[in-house]
Design a protein around this ligand. Structure first.
Ligand SMILES: [Fe+2]
Length: 344
């Protein structure tokens, strides 16, 4: 790799070392530079950047991302098989699921920016499958930030992957209904928690914490969740972690009947729920860490202005500093502004 001055950077070059600004990750190694990204670096006064300098190095980065994409798709296929097998009454083969999931957990353990890279992987598969993998990986990431052991991370990843396995027993016309569920349909959908618990309880090689992740991930601290209305410490920690990952992924995804919501807006809802509904330590660990991945992204504000996220303040992560063509907007001071969309 070689060190270049900011004016020497060109589109298509690959960043070789993470760029840190004000102690925060601005851009991860392996990022391919675009004109906008170079402008973003100039705007925060970065003077020098390490870039990869030969084709071999570049190919290594591409291979890493191709591996990630392949591992992600393998896990989707493996989970899809499991889901369809359970639907017709067959048993879950845990080893097969673990074999496909483990490389992704290894990536989370060794890399900082897996979620940023995963956002770029395009998968045209049913929502339930994609959502299960995403919840698994986000829950694992939160657990890593919380300091769980590697052994526990593999367990939580599996708990996240299987949290909605009970949906295999929900009639397809309700599961994949392209519009909002009626009250009766919603009551049937809610049964997926108990179905999941029953399926996993009868699966060999599964820890009880994983069955409780499926049973309790819709329970809430105030006792207003389902299926049992458990409150506070009675809810298993894995289920509380999955709850945060579940809400984040569900709300930031596009469904046929609803538009995706900006991650910054969803984060504000999670923050509000961290007072009495979601576990505050888990929710805040998530919020403090997730937004460093959005530094450098182009966003749209509610006044239709386009800008770049240049700084995420860990004490107020949902209200970053945004650079627009007319200046800086500090969302931590300007509550009349909000980010309504992430453009890239
Ligand atoms: Fe669920």
């Amino acid at each position: 790799m070689r060190l270049l001055q900011i004016d020497e950077l060109r589109e298509g070059m690959v960043i070789a070392e993470d760029i840190i600004s004000f102690g925060l990750l601005y851009s991860a190694s392996g990022t391919i530079l675009t004109e906008k990204a170079i402008e973003g670096l100039k705007s925060i006064d970065i003077k020098y950047v390490y870039v990869l300098d030969d084709a071999d190095d570049y190919e290594k980065v591409v291979i890493i991302d191709n591996n990630l994409s392949r591992e992600y798709k393998n896990t989707i296929d493996s989970f899809k098989n499991t889901f369809l097998n359970v639907k017709v009454g067959k048993k879950i083969i845990i080893n097969e699921l673990n074999d496909s999931l483990s490389p992704l957990v290894d990536d989370i353990i060794t890399s900082n920016n897996i979620l940023g890279r995963l956002r770029q992987i395009e998968v045209n598969d049913e929502y339930t499958y994609k959502h299960s993998i995403n919840v698994s990986l986000i829950a694992t990431m939160i657990s890593k930030w919380m300091g769980f052991s590697n052994y526990e991370l593999y367990d939580i990843a599996l708990a996240g992957l299987l949290h909605d396995i009970g949906k295999s027993k929900v009639p397809v016309e309700i599961l994949n209904k392209p519009s909002k569920l009626s009250k009766d349909e919603y009551e049937i959908m809610k049964r997926h928690t108990q179905y999941g618990y029953e399926i996993l309880k009868n699966t060999s090689g599964i820890d009880e914490s994983i069955t409780l992740g499926a049973l309790e991930h819709h329970e809430r601290l105030d006792g207003k969740g389902y299926p049992l209305g458990l409150s506070g410490d009675k809810i298993h920690t894995y289920a509380k972690i999955i709850a945060v990952a579940d809400i984040y992924d569900a709300m930031t995804s596009t469904r046929v009947y609803k538009e995706k919501v900006s991650p910054f807006k969803v984060a504000e809802l999670i923050f509000q729920d961290s007072f009495g509904i979601l576990d505050p330590i888990i929710a805040n660990t998530f919020l403090k860490n997730i937004f460093t991945f959005y530094v450098g992204n182009i966003v749209k504000l509610n006044n239709d202005q386009i800008g770049t996220v240049v700084l995420v303040n860990k004490s107020n992560p949902t209200r970053p500093l945004v650079k627009t063509p007319t200046g800086f907007v500090d969302l931590s001071k300007r509550y009349d502004y909000e980010i309504v969309d992430i453009i890239n």
